[in-house]
Write a protein that binds this ligand. Structure first.
Ligand SMILES: [Zn+2]
Length: 242
């Protein structure tokens, strides 16, 4: 079993083909249920991955506060340890803080102790800063296999991906073009991802522009009749109490 897992990890590392991506990492893949990718109704969840980053996340929080939008931040543990004050501000503002791993690896290639540490260390960083626990895991790159889903379940997390993500393959496209491409992916119950960091590094680097689109994305969605919900609210709407 262990040998098989090691082999599977190596095969995953080596292959990297689109087919494999579609199966294992694409939000469209339903190979590994249950994974939440959307809700329902004229409502969307705005989520931010890979931060917090000083100078970037602060600006996002300013916009969210001004627009009275509550978002969900999938923070990276190593960044959370560096910027606890930003986490405290998220909590004070009414935003949700969730788990995006500790060092932003492909979780698919990790074996159990390392996989657990990625989840637990991030929870510990969030708890140390805010006193809060987390309910959701968003695996970096959307990478999830049976071991990842099992680890999430053991740690009491649900796995959530996304519906709409900024096109990162055209870095020279104008902000307007990028925002429009993002908005074309949005439908009822969409879970939108923007990045307020770069894999938990101290600088957002080439991704800083994404956070700068926050206000534009909010106003464009409002103009189309959408309202904003946190992930927990979106989930309640999508799964009415029985
Ligand atoms: Zn990420």
């Amino acid at each position: 079993m262990t040998a098989l897992r090691v082999f599977a990890s190596i095969a995953l590392l080596a292959a990297g083909s689109f087919g494999l991506y579609e199966l294992v990492e694409s939000p469209r893949s339903d190979a590994f249920q249950p994974v939440v990718t959307h809700g329902t109704g004229p409502v969307v969840a705005l989520t931010f991955d890979d931060g917090p980053t000083r100078g970037v996340t602060d600006r996002v929080l300013d916009v969210l506060e001004r627009e009275h939008v509550h978002a969900t931040f999938f923070v990276v543990g190593r960044a959370a340890r560096r910027e606890p004050a930003l986490l405290r501000r998220m909590a004070a503002d009414g935003d949700e803080i969730e788990n995006h791993s500790d060092t932003h690896p492909h979780l698919n290639v990790l074996l159990s102790p390392a996989l657990d540490a990625e989840i637990v260390n991030t929870d510990d960083a969030i708890h140390a800063a805010t006193g809060r626990g987390t309910s959701w895991l968003r695996p970096p790159f959307g990478a999830r296999n049976a071991a990842v889903l099992d680890a999430a379940r053991r740690h009491g997390k649900r796995v959530v991906l996304w519906t709409a993500m900024l096109d990162e393959t055209s870095p020279h496209a104008s902000p307007d073009a990028l925002a429009n491409r993002l908005l074309r992916q949005v439908q009822y119950g969409a879970i939108i991802v923007l990045h307020d960091g770069d894999q938990g590094r101290s600088q957002a680097g080439g991704r800083a522009y994404e956070a700068g689109l926050t206000a534009q994305v909010i106003s464009a969605l409002r103009a189309r009749g959408y309202r904003f919900a946190s992930l927990a609210e979106l989930d309640r709407i999508a799964r009415p109490a029985r």
